[in-house]
Design a protein around this ligand. Structure first.
Ligand SMILES: [Zn+2]
Length: 135
């Protein structure tokens, strides 16, 4: 799922990406605002996952919240997920990103994220921001 934050909320109009696997899901980026009323990202993600889980029964299905990079227009909505059950919000600093995805510090190698039947390859692209990744 790809969603987009309207320019009515932020001139940056950032995109967010939700990947669903057999064992867990991962959301990349949370947008430029933490306003749950004007931008109910958590509600949207929960509705998508509830619909998927109603067809694909799972116990303790985990949601990971990560970021393509640490700038505020990609991370401001993190607070919507901080107290969500079965949810891990990955800190946005370079070491946390590298550690979570298995990217060695200073390496040009790739990391990965196995969602169960769907493995995402994570590539460090440290230009726009030292912790930038592509998926
Ligand atoms: Zn940026």
């Amino acid at each position: 799922m790809i969603t987009w934050q309207s320019k009515d909320l932020s001139f940056e109009a950032p995109f967010m990406f939700l990947f669903i696997g057999n064992n867990k899901a991962i959301l990349f980026d949370t947008g430029a605002t933490n306003d749950m009323i004007r931008f109910p990202l958590r509600k949207t993600v929960d509705a998508i996952l509830e619909k998927w889980l109603s067809k694909n029964k799972r116990e303790n299905y985990e949601l990971i919240v990560a970021h393509t990079h640490e700038h505020n227009d990609h991370t401001s909505g993190d607070t919507q997920f901080l107290h969500r059950a079965n949810t891990k919000v990955i800190a946005k600093d370079l070491d946390s990103v590298g550690s979570f995805f298995g990217i060695q510090k200073g390496a040009l190698g790739t990391g990965k994220c196995d969602l169960g039947g769907r493995v995402l390859i994570i590539l460090p692209i440290p230009r726009h921001d030292p912790g930038s990744i592509s998926i």
